[in-house]
Design a protein around this ligand. Structure first.
Ligand code: ADP
Ligand code: MG
Length: 445
């Protein structure tokens, strides 16, 4: 008898909250909860994951306390069990599909973006293995997987790789990849065509949702909520979500709610690849275009383009095209000439400052900025300082006096002297020439 009453308490609680929260909130957070046992002292609830449990307690503890038996602390007496993500649920999906007229859309994955074409190095090993992890066990390891990093470092490549892998290993899975812009456009279209419910059903029926460039959701308030609801609906059914972004979640100008959701799973950073990895990428990309680049040239390119793999690809394409047309031997000079335009175009109309030169010189020559501005005659420091002065004269369009002042008040004749000396040295000293070039690229990138 009492048991039935406790049971009723839960039903009453459900009715109570149903009238007080939005449809999306209810279906994402409350509906997935199952009452599995009710005694006079306690109820046992089954939740799909820990987030639903936390959500329930964070938002409804006081209300629950009005309906349910209490512990001696005054808190509602509930124990939680986390539901096993049953393989069987996968099998059940077919009949569900018939009920849901959600259209299965083809997922458009770039066939070149697969895991085995993604070159690993210290900068991206962790992200790659996390991506393989979620692809191998969607919804069961990290959810969501949030990948962030600079432009052209392979975020989109990895995102597509997850899609390919899942479809190869579980061909029946429903996988969709969206760009944030694409998602927004779809919502707009669906609203116009009054098909928003259909769209919602479609997204909520996916097994894996891949979202590219979430930063574009910033300042799109109306869509943020729709996205967040879709996101929660999927996560709470243990469906996998992978997101890419140009910055970590905390730096996104999005609501606290959505930022917190992004941080639920694993946040992985993708760094700029180191020299060896860049060389390996160059070799791999050129070979896959049927074009073999000698090691020395691969290193040469890798030294000049270091913070964007997409630019490296651009360089390879240009070289391939050139070598097909000209049948010319690929020497460093030839390569430099071909790529020069490209190196410069990335730097044109950028204003260089003494500070940015000092910063780059300091990092490449491994000295402090204060030492560059100081008086030390220590050989390494003095040479680095002269390189900075040389580059300042080369790159800054200003009076020598003004430039010299940026070096802790040196005179313009000191600057001229340094410029002359380094100009001569780079003609004969190969190591120095390369170092100077690296600083230059670094400043110009
Ligand atoms: P992002 O999305 O981070 O801006 P992309 O995924 O679009 O970058 O990558 C840009 C290009 O560089 C793609 O053609 C991609 O294949 C290539 N790329 C980036 N990183 C790697 C890597 N580690 N191995 C192979 N190719 C890479
Ligand atoms: Mg991208």
């Amino acid at each position: 008898m009492l048991e039935i009453e406790t049971n009723n308490c839960w039903v009453q609680f459900i009715e109570f909250v149903q009238n007080r929260c939005s449809g999306a909130e209810y279906s994402n957070w409350i509906e997935p909860i199952r009452l599995i046992q009710a005694t006079p002292d306690e109820i046992v609830l089954e939740v799909p994951n820990i987030f639903v449990q936390e959500y329930l307690l964070d938002n409804f503890k006081d209300i629950l306390a009005h309906f349910l038996p209490l512990k001696h602390t005054g808190d509602p007496a509930i124990s939680f069990v986390i539901a096993e993500p049953l393989e069987a649920k996968m099998v059940l999906r077919e009949p569900e599909l018939i009920e849901q007229p959600a259209v299965q859309q083809d997922v458009k994955l770039n066939h070149l973006y697969k895991f085995d074409a993604f070159i690993e190095g210290p900068s991206n090993q962790f992200v790659k293995s996390a991506a393989i992890g979620v692809a191998a066990r969607p919804g069961k390891s990290y959810n969501p997987l949030f990948i962030h990093g600079g432009v052209g470092l392979g975020k989109t490549h990895l995102l597509h790789s997850v899609g390919h892998y899942v479809l190869e290993h579980h061909p029946k899975s429903r996988v969709q990849l969206i760009t944030t812009e694409g998602f927004i456009n779809e919502v707009v279209d669906a609203l116009r065509n009054k098909s928003i419910d259909k769209m919602k059903r479609y997204y909520r029926s996916l097994d894996v949702l891949l979202v590219d460039d979430i930063q574009f959701l910033q300042n799109r308030l109306n869509f943020e909520e729709e996205f967040c609801n879709t996101f929660e609906a999927l996560i709470n059914q243990n469906k996998q979500i992978v997101i890419t972004c140009d910055k970590p979640p905390a730096q996104l100008k999005l609501s606290e709610r959505i930022v917190a959701r992004m941080e639920w799973g694993l946040v992985a950073h993708m760094d700029v690849p180191d020299l060896e990895t860049r060389v390996a990428i160059i070799k791999h990309k050129s070979e896959s275009r049927g074009f073999s680049i000698p090691n020395q040239i691969a290193f040469f390119i890798a030294e000049h383009i270091y913070n964007n793999v997409r630019q490296i690809e651009g360089a390879i394409n240009r070289l391939c095209a050139h070598s097909r047309l000209m049948a010319q031997e690929m020497t460093e000079d030839v390569v430099e000439k071909i790529l020069n335009e490209m190196f410069q175009s990335s730097s044109s109309n950028r204003k260089v400052s003494v500070e940015s030169i000092l910063k780059s010189v300091a990092s490449i020559f491994e000295v402090r900025i204060s030492e560059l501005k100081g008086e030390s005659r220590h050989k390494e420091i003095a040479q680095a300082r002269q390189v900075a002065m040389y580059l300042a004269k080369e790159l800054i369009d200003d009076s020598l006096m003004k430039i010299a002042a940026g070096f802790g008040g040196k005179t313009h004749s000191t600057l001229l002297h340094a410029w002359k000396k380094i100009s001569d040295q780079v003609q004969v000293n190969e190591t120095l020439r390369r170092q100077v070039q690296m600083v230059r690229r670094n400043i110009e990138s």
